[in-house]
Design a protein. Structure first.
Length: 151
């Protein structure tokens, strides 16, 4: 497992370096992209999808065994209201801060202390989501929990 962590650290660092080298950790680059003044970030994202999608399809079809020992199984969901709402919240946060979960640690590592603001917001959003999801699960009798009615 230690070897896997080192491999993950290596590829995470490489990914962060690529973000930083391309300028994706800079507010101005993201801001110009969202204003449709700079299409380079869109081309980078499209190239990632064009490389990853066929590769993942192939690996899933061949029942590739992951480094953790399980067979690769990609989950697929039908679009639901919660996905649209989540996309709106994510997009609004991205537009306001010029940062996404990939660029925030990169900006922090590059010494941009202002990136701590969206980092705190990102962590707060995850905590809030988990709290809401837990309350929703607790009050739904179909989920097998009666905790909501006891509170």
């Amino acid at each position: 497992m230690k070897r896997l962590n080192l491999v993950s650290l290596f590829f995470g660092g490489l990914f962060g370096f690529a973000f930083s080298a391309s300028g994706f950790n800079q507010y101005d680059v993201i801001h110009r992209m969202l204003l449709l003044q700079n299409f380079r970030p869109y081309l980078v994202m499209a190239s990632a999808v064009l490389v990853a999608a066929p590769l993942l399809w192939y690996l899933e079809r061949r029942q590739w065994v992951t480094p953790l020992g399980g067979v690769l199984e990609l989950r697929r969901w039908k679009p639901e209201r919660k996905h649209v709402l989540g996309g709106i919240v994510f997009g609004a946060g991205w537009a306001i801060t010029g940062a996404c979960p990939g660029t925030i640690p990169t900006a922090l590592a590059a010494g941009c202390l202002l990136a701590a603001v969206p980092a705190i917001g990102m962590v707060a959003g995850v905590v809030l989501h988990d709290a809401v999801a837990e309350r929703t699960t607790d009050r739904d009798p179909a989920m097998g929990s009666e905790l909501w009615s006891e509170a």
